[in-house]
Design a protein around this ligand. Structure first.
Ligand code: ADP
Ligand code: MG
Length: 238
């Protein structure tokens, strides 16, 4: 099976300027790779840096050091320091990200929010509508809501719209930040089925799942992100 992402010696710090420039070392020297059809589960307590790792892989944060190489259109591409237009192409074709919360745009209907990744790839509108309707129905979003903007939806409904959008097109690589949190059991099973279908189609998945059943249903390996003990030098720097 092909390796689709390779991360070497990745670190990320946050400098808190309003607090005397205190430096938080959130990720330190991470190494891992994920293959086609495999799901790597990020494990560690709240605050361990799991969401920060996904945002760094997606290019929202610049790492302090290290390398993120991904397979993009048949070639290895280094994402750290990549040109913005390359990052945009990667986000359109290769790397999908289901964030913890839906980013709501006023007045844009649920159907349009869900279809957007397909339209951005040039899929015909009728095909995109059919796929979006199929996903919304599967995720139990009532049909009367499809033409409404999701801004006023419940938390769980917004999360399911976000998941429908995330699974609208096939992604070689998927980043999932707690996609099953705050869902009832029936909808959680639908999401786990969608993840397993994506894996079967060859996707490499990196995910955060707070419930054990989800980890056991979709996970193949885990990455332990328990924060390392601070060294004496770092304690002095604090
Ligand atoms: P997890 O997802 O594992 O619960 P996070 O990645 O959200 O953890 O956060 C890891 C640590 O980084 C926390 O201590 C958090 O306060 C800090 N952190 C996250 N994002 C920022 C940010 N934008 N600025 C400063 N500190 C941050
Ligand atoms: Mg998190």
């Amino acid at each position: 099976m092909n390796t689709l992402i390779e991360v070497r010696d990745l670190s990320k710090t946050f400098t808190l300027h309003p607090q005397n420039g205190v430096v938080l070392r959130v990720l330190r020297g991470l190494n891992f790779s994920v293959r086609e059809g495999e799901c790597l589960v990020l494990q560690g307590q709240s605050g361990a840096g799991k969401s920060t790792l996904l945002r760094t892989l997606y290019g929202n944060y610049l790492p302090a050091g290290g390398s993120i190489r991904i397979q993009h259109q048949g070639q290895w591409l280094e994402l750290v320091g990549a040109e913005p237009r390359q990052v945009l192409a990667v986000r359109q074709q290769t790397l999908g990200y289901v964030s913890q919360f839906l980013r709501v745009i006023p007045r844009v209907s649920t159907l349009d929010v869900v279809m957007e990744p397909a339209l951005a790839r040039g899929v015909q509108r009728a095909d995109a509508v059919a796929r979006a309707e199929h996903l919304l129905a599967r995720l139990n979003i009532p049909q009367r809501l499809w033409q409404l903007a999701p801004g006023t939806f419940s938390g769980g409904e917004q999360q399911r719209v976000n998941i429908a959008r995330g699974f609208m097109v096939p992604w070689p690589l998927m980043l999932l930040d707690e996609p099953t949190a705050s869902l009832d059991d029936g909808n959680r099973q639908v999401v786990l089925a969608l993840i397993n279908e994506a894996k079967a189609a060859g996707a490499a998945v990196i995910g955060i799942f707070h419930d054990r059943q989800a980890r056991e249903t979709v996970g193949d390996r885990h990455l332990d992100m328990t924060p390392a003990q601070l060294t004496a030098k770092e304690l002095l720097e604090c």
